[in-house]
Write a protein that binds this ligand. Structure first.
Ligand code: GTP
Ligand code: MG
Length: 294
């Protein structure tokens, strides 16, 4: 019998650098939604990769920002918790970026007592000269940290980083059953899939004012029936979400259904409706109900 390794591998970094793309690449499933907009991820989401002699428990986290309202503070609490229980930290930056938006987080990375891998992402967008310049910049800022250029999108260098993480994992029995992929229930993925479509199709503040709650989730033999409510903060936002004769909302429903059918491997029926929930983003009680309690 060889040794068994297991541990928490937490991905942190600025918004939009590719944290969720990396987690999905490692897990091989679309656990985290991905869009071109910042603040796509709002929660800490576990993605578990199991092998015979290892269990890698990845955490995807929200991008680091200076919080302006209660929801964002809760998002940053998820990031803080990811510092606290990490066995390995993956600090992700992207080509062209200059240091972390929040100095205190950056100091924590610098002074980390657990191994940190600095992942320079999106190298598919850089030529050799830019890549070398960026690598040098980061290596000077964080001289003790191991740097790996990667592309989470094209899988460049992903396998090497994966193997390096396994080397760094502590000797430990598994924390979760070996067939478990995530800590999140099915409804969470329904909510997130709908939110992804809203991030993609609506402009400006709308996606940030939206929260989803799946009220019903019934699994039959050959179909899953679900009903979800899209909450917005104001009446005017409700109209925008629904669109002319319901066309905008319908598009969200159709696209979410397609993704969820892939995710669950089953036919899906989804009913969507929109409700105004005034200022939910700043209401501690509401936030708690929606699972933002850090
Ligand atoms: N060219 C390129 N684009 C990438 C790469 N990795 C991610 N992206 C793109 O970058 C954007 C953001 O990706 P996400 O994975 O959502 O980034 P994130 O860090 O999780 O973002 P937040 O959750 O908002 O903090 C998406 O449009 C991705 O397709 C990469 O290696 N190369
Ligand atoms: Mg994300």
């Amino acid at each position: 019998m060889g040794v068994h390794k297991a541990g928490f591998v937490n991905i942190i970094g600025n918004p939009n650098v590719g944290k969720s793309t990396l987690m999905n690449a490692f897990v091989g499933e679309k656990l985290s939604i991905i869009t071109s907009k910042a603040q796509t991820t709002r929660h800490r989401i576990l993605g578990i990769v199991n092998g015979d002699d290892f269990q890698m428990i990845l955490s995807d986290t929200p991008g680091i920002i200076k919080p302006a309202y209660e929801l964002q503070s809760s998002m940053m609490d998820f990031v803080k918790s990811a510092f606290e229980d990490a066995d390995v930290l993956l600090y992700m930056v992207e080509i062209g970026e200059k240091a972390l938006k929040d100095e205190r987080f950056f100091e924590r990375i610098k002074n980390s007592t657990v191994p940190v891998l600095l992942l320079l992402n999106k190298v598919d967008t850089a030529d050799q000269e830019l890549l070398e310049e960026q690598a040098q910049y980061w290596q000077e800022l964080l001289p003790t940290v191991e740097l790996h250029p990667i592309s989470a999108l094209t899988n460049f260098n992903i396998k090497n980083v994966f193997e390096r993480i396994i080397e760094l994992l502590p000797e430990s029995p598994a924390y979760y059953p070996k067939d478990q992929l995530t800590d999140r229930p099915e409804r969470f993925f329904v909510n997130e899939t709908i939110r992804e479509k809203i991030l993609i199709h609506y402009k400006k503040e709308i996606p940030y004012a939206v929260e989803i709650e799946t009220e019903e989730f019934f699994e039959d033999e050959d179909i899953i029936r679900m009903r979800s409510v899209i909450m917005v903060e104001r009446d005017s936002q409700k109209g925008i979400i629904i669109g002319h004769k319901g066309s905008a909302l319908k598009r969200v429903g159709v696209e979410a259904r397609k993704d969820l059918e892939k995710f669950f491997g089953k036919q899906v029926h989804i009913e969507l409706y929109v409700k105004v929930n005034k200022n939910w983003r700043s209401d501690a009680r509401q936030l708690k109900r929606f699972g933002y309690n850090g």
